[in-house]
Design a protein around this ligand. Structure first.
Ligand SMILES: Nc1nc2c(c(=O)[nH]1)N[C@H]1C(S)=C(S)[C@@H](COP(=O)(O)OP(=O)(O)OC[C@H]3O[C@@H](n4cnc5c(=O)[nH]c(N)nc54)[C@H](O)[C@@H]3O)O[C@H]1N2
Ligand SMILES: Nc1nc2c(c(=O)[nH]1)N[C@H]1C(S)=C(S)[C@@H](COP(=O)(O)OP(=O)(O)OC[C@H]3O[C@@H](n4cnc5c(=O)[nH]c(N)nc54)[C@H](O)[C@@H]3O)O[C@H]1N2
Ligand SMILES: [Mo]
Length: 772
């Protein structure tokens, strides 16, 4: 495949940077925007990003400041790249598909495929054909409907969602799938924050975060940033961290890598950020081993408990010590004693070995904790994509509960979401196992019985494809082939389907790893005007802080043939089911969908009126709003999490796969990872000097990465070694180049999330191809 060959002929490696953003960031975003959009269009478009009357940035899910506090330019370098990527003037039109066979396209890199620009009209690949050819919308929708109708079981259809779909599109989409009779609604969240949702639902009865932007910038005494690289993936978060620092909050960063964005920040929105050294961010940097976080948090919890026990003795006769919030624990939680027994029995030697941190470092962290009135823990993929991810996040919740850090200002869990509307898609019912209460309301609203059996998530969908159980694979956005684990198994699975359909803005690898027949349906992006029967439409989205608000595109669509995601879904549904549920009214006027959302989705009463307020409204979060927990007992739960970490056989390394600064997931904007000193290439593996010396390898050598798993080995050839300050025994390489190494069956307990941050590999010197 194209991504195996790579595009790295001119790669250079320099020193990693020690601060994020500042002038280079702004200059880079403008250069990229100008290249894709031209000057006037760049300025006009970028000024609309995240404004109350503008569109929601299609990049990450970070929250927006209150409407009155928004800056003139409320976007970051990487948001600007995402906007320019969508608003580009380049086109992959019918002539492009005439010129290039699918076989040729399959050989190109993902970077090359997307760089051809926006898709312009529906394209169809007939069985046995070598090229995609144009097809009319009516014919395309009729074809999909006929293939869906022909399935002997609706569960032979799979409906994937990527997290960019609006709430209106997501709601209509899940309705279509359930009306058809299946809960096969895998989404990108299965590979992302599923572990967070599982741990939070179990411990606090709500599968998402509880903090607001103001909690971070204005109230928290201590902010712990774990397994997250905000300088690249949530750059606007740095502004909130900077504000927190200014008023005296402390920041602790927990990461195997000294990421530039965790160390210092130069604010591009301020004159002082354009010169000078910027703000120091992390007060303490804990260089944890990959997958060492469960041990670290169990260790700090043990330390806190020991201090509390000691205080109790000093106070004489069992009086409660001040270290733990016993009043909170007694009133609002259950399970404390069992958890405490576990911490007392925990051996410091195990904590040190598994976390890679000394006891004294962890005791220092405990000092930060006891000094802080209120604590927020932020985390992302560094915690969620491990075998023990759910246990790790439960232990983070133990950490917060011990001092009552929830349900008050400046305190609580903050899983920082990825895709701009991934949280909203879940709220709207895109999930293979929505609870019965939701399905009951769906039944009452629409008068049909939704299926109750749980559907397939991403990993189970791939297994089903592999086993020939999927007839139709339909994707609302995303790039399933490149984002999913075990690239070759996933590719083979897609090719076993009868029909693959992709609603997309740009060409990607998933569109060229096709079923027997395939369709590409080009849609409007966030930045574009959306006009339907009742006039101009807006859509709604939910950010990481549970704020729901409107998003309005203003640009002329990339092609007159594009349809909105809502129009495509409601059009297909009308073709499939006729108009019994009012599909054409929904497609013609999105407020009709919002009316249904109000009746079906929890916390959305009066939805249409509330989202049209500037800044929107916040979804209910009972743990924060009223210290109520929707657990079986009504209390927040302490859990017992046996300390563990992946066992790495001698001579092997634990590989994490991560994002460079120049990509949005599988979309590669460019070949630089500026903050880590990598320029002009992506096939690199970061390894510590100790591990290189042990293997007789040097920076610049070419190695194959070989992953080992019970079902055999997987190989990703020809990566350039980069000596890097990662802990000994750990390595890193970029997603999606390294996805071929992630075994399909290597998933997190409970959440079934692929273990993209815990892949056991060894390095083998690459054998240069024989010259012939
Ligand atoms: N520009 C841009 N923005 C994005 C994205 C993008 O690709 N580009 N993607 C979006 C999406 S969908 C998501 S989910 C988020 C992802 O946001 P992140 O989670 O920040 O993304 P990753 O690059 O996967 O980075 C993971 C971080 O975790 C660290 N890490 C790895 N393993 C461990 C571990 O075992 N323990 C600890 N403590 N740390 C570890 C890595 O060193 C790295 O700093 O970003 C969103 N925003
Ligand atoms: N090894 C490894 N694998 C990972 C991860 C990792 O850290 N390591 N991270 C995982 C995570 S956190 C996630 S969220 C997934 C991401 O998985 P996906 O969401 O499936 O992948 P993306 O790369 O975000 O999808 C990009 C494609 O979306 C389409 N697109 C863009 N905008 C729109 C739009 O407005 N509408 C429509 N219909 N299509 C649009 C474009 O065609 C583009 O090519 O990957 C996961 N995979
Ligand atoms: Mo994600």
């Amino acid at each position: 495949m194209g991504d195996v060959r790579g595009d790295d002929r001119n790669m250079t490696i320099g020193e990693p940077e020690t601060s994020a953003v500042g002038v280079p960031g702004v200059a880079v975003s403008m250069r990229y925007a100008l290249g894709e959009m031209g000057a006037a269009r760049s300025v006009r478009t970028l000024l609309r990003v995240n404004q109350a009357d503008g569109f929601d940035c299609p990049s990450c899910a970070w929250g927006d400041p209150a409407a009155a506090d928004r800056k003139h330019a409320e976007f970051c370098e990487n948001g600007a790249k995402a906007v320019a990527w969508e608003a580009t003037r380049k086109r992959a039109d019918a002539a492009f598909f005439r010129a290039h066979s699918v076989a040729f396209l399959r050989e190109q890199t993902g970077h090359w495929l997307e760089a051809n620009g926006r898709l312009t009209e529906p394209m169809y690949l007939a069985e046995g054909a070598t090229h995609y050819r144009p097809i009319g919308w009516d014919e395309a929708l009729r074809l999909i409907a006929s293939r869906l109708r022909a399935l002997d079981d609706p569960n032979r259809a799979v409906f994937y969602t990527s997290g960019r779909a609006s709430n209106e599109a997501a709601f209509a989409y899940q309705l279509l799938a359930r009306r058809l009779g299946t809960n096969n609604l895998p989404d990108c969240s299965n590979m992302c924050h599923e572990s967070s949702g599982a741990a939070l639902t179990e411990t606090i009865g709500l599968g998402k975060g509880t903090v607001t932007l103001e909690d971070l910038s204005e109230h928290a005494g201590l902010i712990v940033v774990v397994g997250q690289n905000p300088g690249t993936n949530h750059p606007r978060m740095l502004a909130a961290l900077e504000e927190a620092k200014k008023r005296g909050a402390k920041i602790v960063a927990v990461n195997p890598l000294p990421e530039a964005g965790l160390l210092r920040f130069k604010n591009p929105q301020k004159a002082s950020g354009l010169a000078g050294h910027g703000t120091k961010l992390a007060d303490r940097f804990l260089r944890v081993r990959v997958n060492g976080d469960l041990a670290l948090f169990a260790g700090v919890n043990k330390a806190l408990l020991a201090r509390d026990d000691a205080d109790a003795i000093l106070a004489g006769g069992g009086a409660a010590g001040p270290v733990l919030d016993h009043a909170f624990i007694d009133a609002y939680t259950e399970g404390f004693e069992a958890a405490a027994t576990g911490w007392r029995a925990l051996d410091w030697a195990d904590v040190e070995r598994l976390s890679g941190l000394s006891r004294s470092r962890i005791e220092e962290f405990a000092d930060d904790v006891t000094a802080a009135e209120s604590i927020i823990v932020c985390w992302a993929m560094g915690l969620t994509q491990h075998a023990n991810a759910v246990g790790t996040i439960r232990e983070v919740m133990n950490f917060l509960l011990l001092r009552g850090n929830i349900g008050r200002p400046g305190a609580g869990p903050c899983p920082v979401r990825g895709h701009s509307n991934v949280q909203g898609d879940r709220s709207m019912g895109v999930w293979e196992k929505m609870p019965d209460a939701f399905l009951d309301r769906l039944r009452d609203e629409f008068g049909f019985d939704p299926p109750r059996a749980h559907g397939w998530d991403v990993v189970d969908s791939i297994r089903a494809m592999r086993d020939g159980k999927v007839g139709v694979f339909f994707a609302l956005g995303g790039n399933f082939a490149s984002a999913a684990p075990d690239s070759e198994v996933t590719a083979a699975g897609l090719r076993r389907c009868d029909l693959t359909v992709h609603v997309a803005t740009k060409l990607n690898r998933s569109h060229v790893l096709t079923g027997r027949e395939a369709l590409i349906l080009p849609c409007l992006g966030r930045t574009e005007r959306d006009r339907q029967a009742s006039g101009e439409q807006y859509v709604t989205v939910e950010d990481s802080m549970s704020v729901v608000h409107a998003s309005r595109g203003r640009l002329a669509p990339a092609s007159t043939e594009l349809r909105s995601e809502v129009a495509i879904i409601t059009g297909l549904a009308a073709e499939l089911f006729g108009d019994e549920l009012g599909w054409s009214a929904m497609g013609g006027d999105y407020s009709v969908i919002r009316g249904h959302i109000a009746n079906v989705v929890d916390g959305c009463a009066d939805y249409d009126a509330r989202v049209s307020q500037p800044g929107g409204f916040t979804m209910p979060r009972p743990p924060r709003d009223s210290l109520t927990f929707a657990t079986p007992s009504g209390k927040a739960r302490f859990t017992v999490n046996a300390v563990s970490a992946v066992r790495v056989p001698p001579g092997h390394l634990l590989l994490q796969t991560l994002r460079s600064h120049d990509q949005f997931n599988t979309t590669v904007y460019g070949l630089d990872d500026r903050y880590r000193g990598v320029h002009g290439g992506r096939r690199v593996v970061f390894v510590s000097g100790e591990d290189l010396a042990e293997r007789g390898l040097r920076d610049g050598d070419l190695v194959d990465l070989v992953s080992v798993w019970s079902d055999g080995e997987r190989r990703a050839p020809a990566f350039r070694v980069v000596e890097y300050p990662t802990p000994a025994g750990c390595a890193a390489a970029y997603f999606p180049e390294a996805n071929a190494l992630v075994p399909l069956d290597s998933t997190a307990a409970i959440s079934n999330t692929p273990t993209s941050k815990s892949v056991i590999i060894r390095l083998e010197r690459s054998v240069p191809p024989a010259v012939g």
